[in-house]
Design a protein around this ligand. Structure first.
Ligand SMILES: *Cc1c(COP(=O)(O)O)cnc(C)c1O
Length: 407
């Protein structure tokens, strides 16, 4: 085999389909988020970021930065080992306590990312509990799918957010067989929210564990930022809550929160936890400061919700189609990968607006979109610029619009 030709041909196919990924080279300006400099082949330009998962701007928050500087200056850079071999610093211990408290659980366990936490926790629970069957929502994140696959447990995929379909599958299984319902609270691409209470009711009825990915909700919902389950008073009904420190908390890392026994079990048996260097202590300190801040401040959450409502209303005014949903995610539907990429390129080049196109395989073919994530630090002027640019482009590209009430 000619390896280089193989790689070239596969990449060419991806490009023909419009699914080749190009990364924007960004340099953010501390304290001035969402502003950044974008370097490209022809030079550089000022851009406004409209697609970050640093939903609340906490990656720039003074207390987060101060905590990271302080930890770096007092204890140094890397953790220096796995958690087992000298890598458990006091900052890790404090962070795990903070996370357990955030979710009202006995314990929490840190991983190097949210991806790794799903992969490792689902992988371990699925593999080590004899006879386990995992009932997985059809739109679960790749990290959950990979974890379940890796566990080799039997997997049943139920229709997205469909309680009747979930119950049909549960009822067909022996009541005493170990089972786990794995799902998310806020689904990141459509922004819809799972019926958590009803899923917990089914879990009780059919004797199942529940595993909830709150990655897009932690920091964002609930009086202390504990997620949708906190907002709805359901945290105690979830067996495992999984979250990230990389999105609304603005740093990096992942975790699970659960009973002391379950956490100790994953800690003791999970390869993806055991055999990797712990996060740098400064990262743990920054995440801890971010969580502490968002536990007692709703200013960021309120500001973000207001911005989201404003952007939605402005899009409605000009008939730009977007998925209505009860969360903070605004998916503007394009429905074609080449057009989606083109729109994204023009937004960047002509308007200084950075919105990464979302194409297959992240979303199903035909549902390509621009995923807009307003934050509390986007200004009224940023919104004006965004709306004017989209209005221009929709006219220029003859993209379909939602019929306006007045028309
Ligand atoms: C981003 C994401 C993850 C992974 O979290 P990271 O900390 O980025 O690795 C897990 N689940 C969902 C639903 C996500 O969107």
């Amino acid at each position: 085999m000619n390896y280089q030709n193989f790689f070239r041909a596969e990449l060419a196919r991806l490009k023909d389909d419009g699914n080749y990924r190009t990364f924007a080279d960004l340099e953010r300006h501390r304290g001035a988020f969402p502003a950044a400099t974008n370097r490209h082949a022809g030079g550089e330009r000022d851009v406004t970021i409209w697609c970050s998962n640093d939903y609340l701007g906490m990656g720039q928050h003074p207390s987060v930065l101060a905590a990271m500087h302080d930890a770096l200056d007092t204890v140094g850079a890397g953790a220096g080992g796995t958690r087992n071999i000298s890598g458990t610093t006091h900052h890790h211990v404090l962070l795990e306590r903070e996370l357990a408290d955030l979710h009202g659980k006995e314990a929490a366990l840190l991983f190097t990312s949210g991806y790794v936490s799903n992969w490792a926790a689902l992988g371990t629970l699925g593999a080590k509990i004899p006879g386990m069957v995992i009932l997985s929502d059809a739109l679960n994140h790749a990290s959950m799918i990979e974890g379940i696959r890796h566990s080799k447990a039997e997997r049943i995929i139920w229709k997205h957010n469909d309680l009747a379909d979930l119950e049909r599958h549960l009822a067909a299984l022996p009541l005493d067989r170990p089972k786990m319902i794995a799902f998310e609270s806020v689904y990141s691409m459509d922004g819809d929210i799972a019926p958590i209470k009803e899923i917990c009711d089914l879990a009780d009825r059919y004797n199942a564990m529940t595993y909830l990915d709150e990655v897009h909700a932690v920091g964002m919902y609930g009086p202390r930022g504990g997620g949708i389950a906190e907002r709805e008073g359901l945290m105690d009904r979830i067996t495992v809550i999984e979250g990230t420190l990389g999105k609304a908390f603005g740093v990096v890392g992942g975790y699970i929160a659960a009973s002391a026994e379950l956490v100790d079990f994953v800690r003791s048996f999970s390869s993806g936890f055991i055999f990797t260097t712990a996060l740098p202590p400064a990262v743990a300190a920054g995440a801890c400061a971010s969580i502490q801040h968002l536990k007692q401040s709703s200013t960021e959450r309120d500001g973000q919700q207001a911005r989201v409502a404003e952007v939605r209303a402005r899009l409605d005014d000009i008939g730009i189609p977007h998925i209505e949903n009860p969360s903070h995610i605004i998916p503007v539907m394009v429905g074609d990968p080449v057009k989606c990429k083109y729109l994204s390129d023009v937004l960047m080049e002509r308007f200084g607006i950075y919105i990464q196109p979302i194409n297959y395989p992240t979303v199903p073919k035909g549902t390509e979109r621009l995923r807009i994530t307003p934050s509390p630090v986007h200004t009224a002027e940023d919104i004006d610029t965004l709306v004017a640019a989209l209005r221009d482009l929709w006219a220029h590209c003859q993209l379909s619009r939602v019929p306006l009430a007045a028309e």
